[in-house]
Ligand binder design. Structure first.
Ligand SMILES: [Fe+2]
Ligand SMILES: [Fe+2]
Length: 232
């Protein structure tokens, strides 16, 4: 469950920052919903960049397992950003392309997880407020979008907070267990499907997305399915 401790995140992810709203009037019900959807999208874009950078740092430090999981979470955030964008488009707005803040550089295993736990915690707080705006303006579809994404942010928070606590309690002993673990990515590519001998230049690649950690069990997503792309 979500930790009850209070965070004082430095900039609260600048959730009140101005964002693009497309052609919608902010005074209309749709305009108000688009405004919070765009704030949320900007937060997702920030998280994507931040987590990708952390993933590279963890991989460089040879904490492969951590790197792989942070990468999976970054991919979750990409999906969230798309979900918000799709809803914004449905409402006639323009999805922002601006992250809400400037990501931190040079973080390491000892700083990443407490930082990310706070980030997810603040995100949950903000999205609960945004959800209320959607409800007040009669947009049950956007309410459901926020509810589903909040559930996933909760899972992210739990992971980051658990790792942070392990590092706090066990320090180098815990980190030594992670060092040298593989940073296997989520996508495995096969040269061809079993039983189908094809010329190399027409080889069918099967991409299997292993979502064992990421939270797609909560939401049906296209990337969860096996698919065979067309090969030119
Ligand atoms: Fe997210
Ligand atoms: Fe998240």
């Amino acid at each position: 469950m979500r930790n009850a401790r209070q965070h004082s995140y430095p900039d609260r992810r600048e959730t009140n920052r101005e964002v693009h709203h497309g052609t919608n009037d902010q005074g209309t019900k749709e305009g108000k919903v688009i405004e919070v959807l765009n704030k949320a999208r900007g937060m997702e874009l920030y998280a994507i960049i931040q987590y990708m950078n952390q993933h590279y740092n963890l991989d460089n430090s040879d904490y492969g397992d951590m790197a792989a999981k942070v990468k999976l979470i970054a991919i979750d955030e990409m999906r969230h950003a798309e979900m918000f964008a799709e809803r914004i488009k449905e409402l006639g707005g323009e999805p922002t392309i601006e992250p809400v803040g400037k990501p931190e550089k040079g973080q390491n295993a000892r700083t990443i997880f407490s930082f990310d736990a706070k980030l997810e915690d603040d995100t949950i707080d903000a999205y609960n407020q945004f959800l209320l705006v959607c409800r007040d303006n009669g947009d049950s579809t956007s309410v459901k979008t926020f509810e589903a994404i909040i559930d996933e942010e909760q899972i992210h928070f739990n992971y980051f907070d658990n790792v942070h606590e392990h590092i706090e309690k066990l320090g180098d002993t815990y980190l030594a267990q992670i060092a040298g673990t593989p940073s296997t990515t989520v996508c495995r590519r096969k040269a061809s499907l079993p039983g189908k001998a094809l010329p190399v230049h027409k080889a069918v690649r099967e991409i299997v997305v292993d979502r064992s950690f990421a939270t797609t069990s909560v939401l049906p997503v296209r990337s969860q399915q096996k698919w065979v792309p067309a090969v030119p």
